[in-house]
Design a protein around this ligand. Structure first.
Ligand code: FAD
Ligand code: NAD
Length: 402
């Protein structure tokens, strides 16, 4: 029998952890494991709002893949996936093609624009290291222009963030810390700069705990973030957003969309059926109708049997899915009962910039301020530990004072 070939697409939380678990599930030579990723680095998607605001250095969020995966056990291919041909069991790459016996799709998310005119072309999104670095540089450039250009408009200093879900809230929190630093650097009065967070619902973080939501809003407002709630973004122009049925226009040189995410478009283009932008996977994490394909992380919806609704896609869930996926691939090879994914919810903590954060852990224990921020750092460091052991925590961990 030929050695079974397992191909993992995407080196995000789902792909990295699945690769790691596969090397633990199988002995050397038992299977051929290939990991494909666009870049030679893995990035901490959960830190991208900090990269985008410029509160951490880009390199802090990047981890070289070959530093954390065992390249004697895993064949790493740096290339871009173009299409999956599931009937022929092939993956088409920009520079080649791969055959598989088992496929794991962990290609992450793209911004969902819901057909809002101008959103795709005119708004930035916090999606990858490259898009986040663009936002950081763009904002700073507007400050430089404001200082340099004669009769510069104050609109250069207006930043609109569309959507007050967790990404939007974490990002405006970082901006609240970054803006005073930029004001000092460019000698611009703080009151000239506007950070406006626009949200369609009547509250920020819709559906989250009310006390924590209030805390987040108060903390952000006190640091100069303005909210426009119950207000839909209807259109995005090059230099403005159009809001609500009244079509109010707000001019802004920087517009960042954090209004929603969907699966990487390669998944739909490869013929997997999408529901609200993602694949409804089976409880075993297999793609419906495709026995040899697993879909994880932000490409998938996994149903919560208790609520009848899918779990919100997070890094936490993507990492846990890796365990089920690796176990089930082994079971499919050697026989036995496939495992159904069980989510172990360890809670949600959101950073609000600087020493501020809030969230709930375990069975609803609430944390605020510095305590919550410390917990957020512990969560981030735990992931680094799972991925690369103490060495990686020492190199990239959030406890570092520099
Ligand atoms: P990703 O982590 O996005 O990884 C996808 C990988 O696929 C990337 O390495 C990418 O380069 C690669 N890729 C994409 N296209 C191709 C291609 N065509 N060819 C080859 N490779 C490709 N969740 C939490 O649990 N806690 C948090 O605190 C948290 N904070 C967040 C903060 C921000 C700013 C954002 C945006 C999200 C946050 N999330 C958080 C959500 C979390 O980041 C995602 O749910 C998680 O990243 C999903 O993991 P993934 O492996 O599916 O995809
Ligand atoms: P989201 O879908 O959770 O939030 C998008 C927000 O944009 C919603 O509040 C929605 O009402 C709003 N919106 C949509 N259309 C709009 C419009 N036209 N005008 C104004 N507002 C509009 O997206 P997200 O915040 O990017 O989060 C994606 C996933 O990542 C979620 O599962 C989230 O839990 C997870 N995440 C978690 C953390 C954390 O745990 N700390 C941080 C970031 C993201």
């Amino acid at each position: 029998m030929n050695t079974p070939r397992i191909v993992v697409l995407g080196a995000g939380y789902a792909g990295m952890m699945t690769t790691k678990r596969l090397t633990q599930q199988f002995a050397p030579g038992e299977v051929e494991i290939t990991l494909v990723n666009k870049h030679n680095y893995h990035y901490q998607t959960t830190w991208l709002h900090e990269v985008a605001a410029g509160t951490i250095d880009v390199n802090r969020s990047r981890i070289m893949i070959e530093d954390v995966i065992d390249t004697k056990r895993v064949h790493f291919v740096q290339d871009t996936v173009v299409k999956i041909n599931k009937d022929e069991k092939k993956v088409q790459l920009e520079n080649g093609e791969l055959d598989y016996d088992f496929l794991v799709i962990g290609l992450g998310f793209e911004k969902a624009t819901f057909g809002i005119p101008g959103m795709q072309e005119n708004a930035f999104s916090i999606q990858s290291v490259d898009t986040s670095r663009m936002i950081r540089d763009h904002i700073e450039y507007q400050f430089a222009r404001y200082k340099y250009e004669e009769d510069a408009s104050d609109d250069l200093l207006t930043i609109i963030v569309g959507g007050a879900g967790f990404t939007g809230i974490e990002f405006v929190g970082e901006l609240a810390e970054r803006v005073p630093v930029l004001c000092k650097k460019y000698d611009i009065p703080r009151h000239k700069v506007k950070i406006i967070n626009v949200e369609a619902m009547d509250t920020v973080l819709p559906g989250f705990d009310e006390e924590l939501v209030d805390y987040a809003k108060r903390s952000l407002t006190a640091r100069g973030v303005q909210f426009k709630l119950g207000t839909m973004i209807k259109e995005v122009k090059e230099d403005a957003v159009i809001l609500g049925d009244e079509k109010e226009e707000i001019k802004a040189a920087t517009i960042v969309w954090t209004g929603g995410v969907q699966a990487n478009s390669i998944v739909g283009e490869s013929g997997f059926e999408l529901t609200k932008g993602k694949v409804n996977v089976e409880p075993t994490l297999k793609a419906p109708g495709h026995d040899d394909v697993f879909i994880l992380g932000d490409c998938a919806w996994v149903m919560n049997k208790e609520t009848g609704r899918p779990y919100p896609p997070t890094a936490q869930i993507a990492m846990q899915e890796a365990d089920t996926c690796a176990h089930n691939i082994r079971t499919m090879m050697y026989g036995g009962t496939l495992e159904e994914f069980q989510f172990d919810d360890k809670g949600t903590v959101a950073s609000l910039g600087g020493k501020e954060a809030m969230g709930k852990i375990f069975d609803g224990y609430k944390l605020y301020g510095v305590q919550a921020k410390a917990m957020k750092n512990v969560i981030d460091d735990r992931y680094l530990f799972l991925l690369g052991g103490p060495k990686l925590v020492l190199k990239k961990g959030k406890f570092r004072p520099f």
